[in-house]
Design a protein around this ligand. Sequence first.
Ligand code: PBG
Length: 353
Amino acid sequence: MSGATGAAPSDNPQDGERGELSIPSRRPRRLRTTPAMRNFTAETDLNPRSFVLPMFVADGIAEPKPISSLPGVVQHTTDSLLRAVEEALAAGVGSIDLFGVPQEQTKDALGSAGIDPHGVLNRALADVRQRFGDDIVLMADTCLDEFTDHGHCGVLGQDRYGNQIVDNDATLTQYADMAVAQARAGAHVVSPSGMMDGQVRVIREALDAAGYADVSIMAYSAKYASAFYGPFREAVGSSLVGDRKTYQQDPRNRRESLLETELDVAEGADFVMVKPAMPYLDVLREVAAASPVPVAAYQVSGEYAMISAAAANGWIDGDAAILESLTSIRRAGADIVLTYWATHAAKLLRQGR
Ligand code: PBG
């Protein structure tokens, strides 16, 4: 290619020379000329059928309760939950993922209310499945953190020096029981998000043994110990003091995401996930390249809060930023995107945005 000064004239006859300047013959802008041309040549599509809407259902509230750090997201009552699922379904959203917010006094060290068939999450799963059947893919969060009085994703124990730890193997039996309870309540998909080693294997074995071979597992495979979960902790009324750095991944690392994914696939994961999404698009790209199963990415609460706050200040165009962020996650390789904007984005797409 000749330089802008024309110092090195091209011998390509298509590189027309006008005066001193060499005019480019390769013009990428040709594919950007009209909306129709841009649509025609776009590589990445957003389709609501591959969106998952995470939803919170709370025990003991009479009205839906706003979550201040997630404007537009609420803790649902059973009634408002069913209405919101209806709305998501009508907008074309493919799946919903339910998180339970139990009453404080039902929390205990083992997270028993998460396994109890009468616990808030299992009741809500049953209600949604009864109402919507197989019309929408019903997913359950399979983790103890909402249900433990200490807020950790697993049960606590001691290491051999007497230090308190989250006991991996003691947690696995709880996860197995929780997954079976969720399957029994009507979940099509269980989604272990606690980052315990071996969680996918024990859940698969437990589901199969209980007669739920048809229930699939979305594994939170590459889940980082992230500051971007902040608003979620408010959303579920988390009791956590401290952090999850002994079980969730270190943000400085990339390789272990590939190992985690490989292990989860070997253990029987039907889907794998990267979480958070936007700060980890490089990880998502690599996991997507390596995974033989569909890859999901979770646009987490902090990502939602940042865009919402900037938009509320008039600093960015919120809807454009929402669609751009979701597109970037898809472009990086996600087949499926979990986003609190699932219904909203589905409606925007329907309007031709
Ligand atoms: C834990 C869980 C978390 C999120 C989903 N599942 C929080 C955590 O790991 O501390 C975060 C989701 C979000 O921030 O939107 N079971």
